[in-house]
Design a protein around this ligand. Structure first.
Ligand code: GDP
Ligand code: FO1
Ligand code: CA
Length: 311
């Protein structure tokens, strides 16, 4: 079976690990979010691509959900000793190597999709991981604080401010010009089923859907999603602050309506959210917490079963 999945970071990666466990013989293409990407100290950092790559490749820090296991922070300490900013983003020594290789290749003229393929040759994630676009896009967040009304990079709002300042607007800078990366639209066209894992509906899935042509390509396919919202709250992280910014309630129902029909054909919600409904969408309630690979696999299997029921 040919499966396409869109993915952000932790929620996407943990779901994909479960999906791989239950369908080892499927051909899985993952379209990764690059709206979170940021340049720091001259290096290009792609947190969501790296989270998927490290999680599926066995290098992730399991407790944290991002960054490398057995990590040290000597370079970060040395940069801080020089007073280099920003100091609110925690790049570890092992992780730095990934960003150095990526930046070298980009500076040599390789597109991000080729760079990602090269990095994945080491990690062997078991899926084909393609960035949503080779064109640079960045999510920026408009906030008002003591410095006035201004836009900050998504990572500054998320990591430094912990989304404590309300987002007045969330903008994907560069979205109008960005084209899907090579292979993205073809993978969707060839897919038997498309899955939306429980990733952030605004700054992960919502970002990928903004790239020209992707939503339209998906509308022609059987698309099944897993709700990242359980019982009116995100399972982890601050997706509620992102949803509030775009005027959407933090419920499984509102996220389904945000994705909408004709995009969606199936939607998995948690048992406490039974009753969620939208015309043209088959909704099923079941346990949706990914405690481990096994429980993530059960959710992935349920998504595949739902797709079979629809097709
Ligand atoms: P990020 O880029 O690291 O923030 O990760 P994603 O965008 O891929 O996923 C973040 C979303 O995953 C959050 O909105 C969480 O609510 C959701 N999430 C995390 N763990 C779980 C889980 O065990 N079950 C469900 N249903 N959602 C989860
Ligand atoms: N998240 C944090 O909360 N604090 C950090 O210092 C941090 C560093 C970091 C470094 C590399 C990487 O790939 C991810 C990192 N993250 C960190 C996670 C990441 O910024 C966010 O969780 C996602 O981008 C939000 O969707
Ligand atoms: Ca992310």
């Amino acid at each position: 079976m040919r499966i396409v999945a869109l993915a952000g970071g932790i929620g996407g990666a943990r779901f994909l690990r479960g999906l791989l466990a239950v369908t080892p013989s499927s051909e899985i293409t993952v379209i990764g979010n690059t709206g979170d990407d940021i340049s720091l100290y001259g290096l290009r950092v792609c947190p969501d691509l790296d989270t998927v790559m490290y999680t599926l490749g066995g290098g992730i820090n399991e407790e944290q959900g991002w960054g490398r296991q057995k990590e040290s922070y000597v370079v970060k300490e040395e940069l801080a000793a020089y007073g280099v900013e920003p100091q609110w983003f925690g790049l570890g020594d092992r992780d730095f190597a990934t960003h150095i290789v990526r930046t070298q290749m980009i500076d040599a003229g390789y597109p991000l999709s080729a760079v990602t393929e090269a990095l994945c040759a080491r990690w062997e994630p078991g899926v084909r991981l393609i960035p949503m676009s080779d064109d640079r896009t960045e999510t920026h967040v408009v906030i008002s604080d003591e410095q006035g009304r201004r836009a900050v990079h998504f990572q500054e709002w998320w990591v430094r401010l912990r989304a404590s300042v309300p987002a007045e607007q969330i903008i994907l800078v560069g979205a109008d010009e960005a084209k899907p990366a090579p292979g993205v639209l073809q993978a969707i066209a060839d897919a038997d089923v498309v899955i939306l894992p429980p990733s952030n509906p605004v700054v992960s899935i919502g970002t990928i859907l903004q790239i020209k042509g992707i939503r339209e390509a998906l509308e022609a396919k059987t698309v099944v999603g897993v709700s990242p919202i359980v019982g009116g709250a995100p399972v982890r992280g601050m997706a509620d602050a992102c949803l509030t910014a775009i005027g959407v309630d933090t419920t499984a129902q509102a996220v389904l309506e945000l994705y909408g029909s004709p995009l969606m054909d199936g939607w998995l919600v948690a048992e406490e959210d039974a009753g969620t409904a939208l015309d043209g969408v088959l909704v099923e309630a079941r346990p949706l917490i990914m405690h481990d690979v096994e429980s993530a696999g059960a959710i992935a299997q349920a998504a595949l079963d739902l797709a079979t029921e629809i097709a």
